[in-house]
Design a protein around this ligand. Sequence first.
Ligand code: NAP
Length: 229
Amino acid sequence: MLRYVRAPLRCKTRSRDALFHAPEACREVTWSSVSRAKQGHVGSAIRERQEAENGVRSTANQKIIPPRSLIFPFLIKGGKATPFIPFALAFIYCAFNGYLQARFLSKYAVYPSNWITDPRFLTGFALWIFGLLVNLHSDHILRKLRKPDETGYKIPHGGMFEYVSGANFLGEIIEWTGFAIACWSLPSAAFAVFGFFVLSARATQHHRWYLEKFEDYPKSRKALIPFVY
Ligand SMILES: NC(=O)c1ccc[n+]([C@@H]2O[C@H](COP(=O)([O-])OP(=O)(O)OC[C@H]3O[C@@H](n4cnc5c(N)ncnc54)[C@H](OP(=O)(O)O)[C@@H]3O)[C@@H](O)[C@H]2O)c1
């Protein structure tokens, strides 16, 4: 995102610590609350299945810390100072959305006890895993583009980048679409729809920027949806 930024007001927090940490914090809040959901909620079903599969008993207050939110920010190369306004907006959005999803799942949502075998949950969960893998792999490719202390931009290759310019955004869209299907709720659907519009706009913007910046940019590569858009 920082390729477009000319804002004079920058906070000292670097992009790697801010923009990536805020969305991940949102996920932590959501999923840790899901893990504390009461009997009959999808969260407790997920927790019970994890315990059964792993042989590990999690306590009600145990905090789930996804490795990505802790490790990824420190792996990014050539970080720049983050403009304050996008940072603040991202933080407010993630705090609000994290609260909305967590509150709904832990307090209001009621699922049948067999929800984790329901086709909607299974389809959504599979999509979520697939999107997560695309997102992680694409992040990995972007990270490897820069040598230490480099700040410029290069053409990404490999994985879903062979098909679309916004591979990391595509992964994130698939992730939250899967989450919405698995949760089958209005808040999760609102999150997925909102995320789609934000991330598809960003993928389109990146795609146009690549085409303008690099004469040798692969012509067959689309912005967000392979072979289509
Ligand atoms: N759920 C939501 O609503 C939502 C909204 C926005 C973002 N996000 C997520 O937040 C994450 C970050 O978003 P973003 O807009 O910052 O992603 P991005 O523009 O793709 O940047 C990701 C990182 O890769 C670097 N990078 C990107 N393209 C590069 C290239 N061609 N050459 C070298 N380095 C490159 C960027 O450096 P620079 O920082 O120097 O540009 C940045 O460190 C994404 O995973 C996105 O899915 C989620």
